[in-house]
Design a protein around this ligand. Structure first.
Ligand code: FES
Length: 102
């Protein structure tokens, strides 16, 4: 299950597909997670804030993700790109928030 807080603070819960990244699972939900570049790490429209208790369970961002995140004015230390997070069963219940427009 994925838990996403939208820009209005409304909480949404979605079933998740194991082995698939989060972006394609969320881009159709009208949350503001758009994924324009389809996971090629150039658009940043899949940016979320991952709740801190879940951050340690994720692989650290690689150099390319870090470079893109560094360009965001609304970056926080828990910023991640949903196109780079593959859903696994141990992420069941992962919670994230859609950032304000940057
Ligand atoms: S979908 Fe473009 S950076 Fe993630």
């Amino acid at each position: 299950m994925l838990i996403v807080n939208d820009r209005k603070g409304v909480r949404h819960e979605y079933d998740a597909v194991e082995g698939q990244t989060l972006m394609p699972q969320l881009r159709t939900k009208k949350l503001g997670i758009i994924g324009i570049c389809f996971g090629n790490m150039v658009c940043g429209t899949c940016h979320v804030y991952v709740e801190k208790e879940w951050l340690d369970r994720l692989p650290a961002p690689d150099e390319l993700e870090e470079e893109l995140l560094a360009e965001f004015p609304n970056r926080q230390e828990n910023s991640r790109l949903t196109c780079q997070i593959e859903y696994r069963s141990d992420l069941d219940g992962i919670e994230m928030t859609v950032p304000p427009r940057g």
